[in-house]
Design a protein around this ligand. Structure first.
Ligand code: HEC
Length: 276
């Protein structure tokens, strides 16, 4: 008996259409294998070029955006709250007065601006204007330093156009700002220098020794004892406020003026002393 032939090699059966099992195209089989990704291996793979290009694009865009909208890298640039621009450091170093004004501005904005406004224009019903005020632009700072040291109450004629608190409303007062500014002659001098040289005001600078001299006669006065306009007008605006000892032999008029410039409690004490 002869062996029958290998059926796969039996082309005649395929051709006859009887063998439906083993007819595969080799290219078709390989295509399926080629489609599969290779198995992952350990090690470094290069980063996808699209990711690199994407990050480069973002960096470029970020740089362009900052150039356009950086606001000169000033934190307060876009703040809606009004803010003074601090003087550049170089200018401050070159000009000591600029440094004093800058310090005064910081105190002013932190303490006084709440009521008088950062622009010194005052606020209706809250506080009178400092811009254009006769008190602020006075020859000397004697009355000004008293206002900040002990406060102010009652009707105040600010300038020819503004009479503040004409009804003399006792609920409208400026309390002593001495503690709020840091209870220091330097701070007081700086804030007065600032308000006297801002918003079109033309007052000369104020120094700490001027404040020390000017306030010496009233250092016993209590911070709750607010000044009134009448009292302040008796104090000479410039020069030593109300010197305890006159430079030369004082005239009776001078002595009387000095006596009247003293606060009420000191006048009382002096009278008592003299009547002994
Ligand atoms: C709580 C609100 C308030 C604060 C804070 C305040 N003031 Fe006043 N200020 C007033 C009021 C109110 C008056 C008017 C008082 C009156 O009715 O007699 C006044 C009056 C004045 C006056 C005299 C009037 C004028 O317009 O020139 C000066 C000067 C002044 N203030 C300076 C300052 C300074 C400097 C500071 C900060 C150290 C300050 N004030 C802080 C409310 C305030």
């Amino acid at each position: 008996m002869s062996h029958s032939k290998d059926p796969s090699k039996d082309t005649s059966r395929a051709a006859s259409g009887l063998d439906r099992g083993e007819q595969h195209d080799v290219t078709e089989l390989h295509a399926a294998v080629l489609r599969e990704k290779p198995d992952p291996v350990e090690g470094f793979e290069p980063v996808n070029l699209w990711v690199v290009a994407g990050i480069a694009g973002l960096l470029f865009w970020g740089g362009a955006y900052l150039t356009q909208y950086s606001g000169r890298f000033e934190a307060m640039e876009f703040s809606e709250i009004p803010h003074g621009k601090p003087a550049p450091v170089a200018a401050v170093a070159a000009d000591p007065l600029a440094a004093v004004k800058r310090e005064g501005m910081l105190t002013y904005n932190a303490v006084c601006a709440l009521c008088h406004g950062e622009d010194g224009a005052g606020k209706a019903g809250v506080a009178p204007p400092l811009a254009g005020s006769d008190w602020v632009n006075a020859d000397g700072p004697n009355r000004l330093m008293r206002i900040v040291r002990h406060g102010l109450k009652g009707t105040v004629k600010v300038n020819k156009d503004v009479t503040w608190n004409p009804a003399n409303d006792p609920s409208i007062v400026m309390g002593s700002q001495w503690e709020a500014i840091g209870a220091s002659n330097e701070k007081l001098a700086a804030v007065l220098t600032y308000i006297r040289s801002s918003w079109g005001n033309t007052g000369a600078p104020v120094t700490a020794p001027m404040v020390a001299d000017g306030l010496a006669p009233v250092k016993e006065r209590s911070g709750d004892d607010n000044w009134t306009q009448e009292e302040l007008l008796k104090v000479p605006a410039s020069g030593a406020g109300a010197p305890a000892v006159a430079a030369g032999p004082a005239t009776p008029e001078q002595l009387k003026a000095q006596f009247e410039a003293l606060p009420a409690d000191q006048r009382q004490a002096l009278l008592k002393e003299l009547s002994k």
